[in-house]
Design a protein around this ligand. Structure first.
Ligand code: SF4
Length: 335
């Protein structure tokens, strides 16, 4: 680990000013990702700005406040508190399921909601500093493109990077049309969730569209009618404390068996949570059922471009979409 300066910010304004003044600095909140990256010399910030002591309740609390039935989740609140909050369990159970599918209880107790969005890929080559990696060191090449790429992307990748985003929480937030509230030195702005994370293109070192100095203050989820029929399905190599090979966040609004609205988001398949919007539109107005869900899954997967080692993700994702939609339709309870 390289030497670095440690400083504390007691409010959002101080934090963003400090970061804007030193673009090489990083925020420290739960520390569940940045500390690992620093220990491995993957990231070498010259300063950590500790934002965990910011007292403002707005950045930590969970509450109503955006329209009728929507919810605001503080960026510096803990993952555990978000997953177990009564309003989220009742109105957005898809989010509770996704958060609880991620990491371990101990990590969720430390990890913040904003930090979850900003966690970095778990591509093994990204962590192996002896190997070329465009994300870690732009211009050096992508070791995974022609290397072992079982865990990598099947959508939206480029020759520069084939990594996937590791978060479970973000897959649910993508399905629920969340909005990210950020504050920087020149004010605050909101970013629709679909525009928050980036595809790799030629700049894989950039995971998201945050500007230097900007801090996530809150995540907002608008009201919806998906609470009764939603399901988060995560497929992984072992049953706990493992990242998704693929995951599916499925949500349906129905009248009887007719689908009024549908949401399908995939994790573990792209550099960002991947919304299957064409498949969602296909489902609207139709009568739910397994055959229909199979058609939707094949629409969702038709543009997949697997790499040498991850063809299995296409079939696995397709089957998982069907299963997640069936589980959602039957009430979305985890067995
Ligand atoms: Fe690096 Fe991305 Fe290639 Fe992995 S996939 S080696 S993170 S450039």
């Amino acid at each position: 680990m390289q030497p670095f300066k440690y400083s504390r910010a007691v409010d959002v304004g101080t934090a963003t000013t400090k970061n804007a003044a030193n673009p090489s600095a990083k925020f420290l909140a739960g520390g569940t990702n940045i500390i690992d990256l620093m220990k491995e010399d993957v990231e070498q910030p010259n300063e950590l700005i500790d934002i965990s002591n910011i007292k403002l309740t707005e950045v930590k609390k969970i509450g109503t406040g955006i329209g009728n039935g929507g919810i605001t989740i503080g960026g510096l609140g803990k993952n555990t508190d978000a997953a177990n909050h009564p309003l989220i369990k009742q109105n957005f159970p898809l989010l509770t399921q996704a958060i609880l599918a991620g990491a371990s209880a101990q990590i969720r107790n430390m990890a913040t909601n904003g930090g979850n969005l900003n966690q970095r890929t778990r591509c093994p080559y990204f962590y192996e500093v002896a190997m070329p990696c465009n994300k870690r060191q732009p211009g050096t090449g992508c070791s995974a493109l022609k290397g072992v790429n079982k865990l990598h992307a099947i959508f939206g990748w480029s020759d520069s990077c084939v990594a996937v985003h590791p978060s479970d929480m973000c897959v649910a937030l993508a399905a629920l049309d969340a909005v990210v509230k950020v504050q920087g030195v020149s004010g605050s702005r909101t970013i629709p969730f679909a525009d928050y994370h980036r595809l790799p293109g030629t700049t894989p070192e950039k995971d998201n569209n945050l500007n230097t100095g900007e801090l996530i203050t809150a995540i907002e989820i608008p009201a919806n009618n998906f609470a009764a029929k939603s399901y988060y399905l995560k497929v992984r190599d072992r049953s706990s404390y493992a990242f998704a090979l693929i995951s599916v966040a499925a949500a349906l609004e129905t009248v009887g068996t007719e689908i009024k609205q549908a949401r399908i988001a995939l994790g573990g398949v792209a550099h960002k949570p991947w919304r299957a919007t064409e498949a969602e539109k296909f489902l609207v107005g139709k009568t739910s059922g397994e055959a229909l869900f199979r058609e939707a899954a094949s629409i969702a997967m038709k543009d997949a471009k697997p790499l040498e080692d991850n063809l299995y993700k296409v079939e696995l994702s397709s089957k998982a979409i069907v299963r997640a939609l069936l589980q959602a339709m039957s009430g979305g309870q985890h067995s």
